[in-house]
Design a protein around this ligand. Structure first.
Ligand code: NAD
Ligand code: TYD
Length: 360
């Protein structure tokens, strides 16, 4: 039985990954989830797996050498899947420091602890040990409208403090592979969407605001392009890379699904109007009149677009969920999980929202 150490498993993608892995492998694997439970971490996401004997949760900071070292000392970890990070660009523009701490120093600590546990005296590693660093396409910078894709060979050119800190963490992983022959992979994925995404990100924020009849703040001209992938397809890619990918390789993950932001916002409004019954008092307020163009994000990357050829050819990955189905499933999920939304938007979220959008 393989033992996985998953960091950031209480966040959006991490929790979807853990649910995916237990659905796929059942009792054949063991997962230890390490998460600090910042504003973005929520154990509610994992209530369906909580009682499993092959699942455990440890509340710890990935920057804490003692706590992470102890997990490696007490468990024979085969695979690390490293999600834990500060993940929101707007927050990184307001407060870059925590991004450097968690994303760069936290990743360095995870690498050190794994290396200390795994490396033999002769500098080799036991068969089967693998560290997967979950990263983003934002490290490649920005593409011009309608021209070109991000390949694994595209030079890094991050613009936001978030993407710069992820680029830093990627470079550390590459340095460990080159210097210590550390058994790792990096995946650079495009924008994810789906259940359990915190409503600071475009799609859940727009769904939540529309249902409350609040304005829908579109940055700049609304024509920035993101390449959207359903979160379970990302989970599948990570699993395939660990199962079949070549060690030391980087894989870009994306499903050729580029959309202008404004298209997404309009689609959310139209889909909500279709799904909500006429008897729902919120329906009348869900209209395109809510769309409000606001001040642009500083340093706003124009376009992201992934070329997924390498991962398709190397491990046979391709997405299962078409955007039109995925976005509908996502909206339906938020409509049937209003308690989840109410829980994560109580307290600190109100303050965050007022702060972030006060001049917009
Ligand atoms: P998220 O913000 O939803 O979750 C991050 C998780 O990390 C939370 O559970 C949080 O509590 C935890 N965490 C934060 N700081 C920690 C610390 N110091 N110690 C331990 N745990 C800590 O993020 P997400 O959207 O699920 O993203 C997960 C990973 O995937 C990140 O590394 C991100 O860069 C990457 N990624 C995200 C996207 C996307 O579209 N969301 C796309 C590509 C890559
Ligand atoms: P986001 O979900 O924050 O992801 P990222 O910045 O990592 O790509 O934003 C997606 C796009 O949506 C991005 O171009 C910024 C834009 N956006 C808005 O127009 N309004 C908003 O309120 C938010 C949160 C994002």
């Amino acid at each position: 039985m393989k033992t996985y150490l998953v960091t950031g498993g209480a966040g959006f993608i991490g929790s979807n990954y853990i649910l995916y892995m237990f659905e796929k492998y059942g009792d054949e694997i063991r997962i230890i989830n390490v998460d600090l439970l910042t504003y973005a971490g929520n154990l509610e996401n994992l209530k369906d797996v909580e009682g499993r004997p092959n699942y455990s949760f440890v509340k710890a900071d990935i920057c804490d050498a003692e706590a992470i070292g102890k997990i490696f000392a007490e468990n024979d970890i085969d695979r690390v899947v490293h999600f834990a990070a500060e993940s929101h660009v707007d927050r990184s523009i307001k407060d870059p420091g925590v991004f450097v701490r968690t994303n760069v120093l936290g990743t360095a600590n995870m690498l050190n602890c794994a290396r200390a546990a795994w490396e033999r005296e002769d500098g080799t590693y036991p068969e089967g040990k693998r560290f997967l660093h979950v990263s983003t396409d934002e490290v490649y910078g920005s593409l011009p409208e309608g021209n070109g894709y991000f390949y694994e060979t595209t030079p890094y050119a991050p613009h936001s403090p978030y993407s710069a800190s992820k680029a830093g963490s990627d470079m550390l992983v590459k340095a460990y592979m080159d210097t210590y022959h550390f058994p790792a992979n990096i995946t650079n994925c495009s924008n994810n969407y789906g259940p359990y995404q915190f409503p600071e990100k475009l799609i859940p924020l727009m769904i939540n605001n529309a249902l409350q009849g609040k304005k829908l703040p579109v940055y700049g001209d609304g024509k920035n392009v993101r390449d959207w992938l359903y979160v379970r397809d990302h989970a599948k890619a990570i699993d395939l890379v660990q199962e079949k990918g070549k060690l030391f390789e980087t894989y870009n993950v994306g499903g050729h699904n580029e959309k202008h932001n404004i298209e997404i916002v309009e689609l959310i409004i139209d889909t909500l109007r279709e799904i909500l019954p006429d008897s729902d008092p919120r329906k009348a307020g869900v209209t395109r009149d809510l769309i409000t163009y606001v001040e642009d994000r500083k340093g706003h990357d124009r376009r992201y677009a992934i070329a997924p050829d390498k991962i398709r050819e190397a491990v046979g990955w391709q997405p299962d969920t078409m955007f039109k189905d995925g976005i509908r499933k996502t909206i339906e999920w938020y409509l049937s999980h209003e308690d989840w939304m109410a829980g994560v938007t109580s307290g600190d979220y109100q303050k965050y929202y007022e702060d972030m959008y006060k001049n917009r």
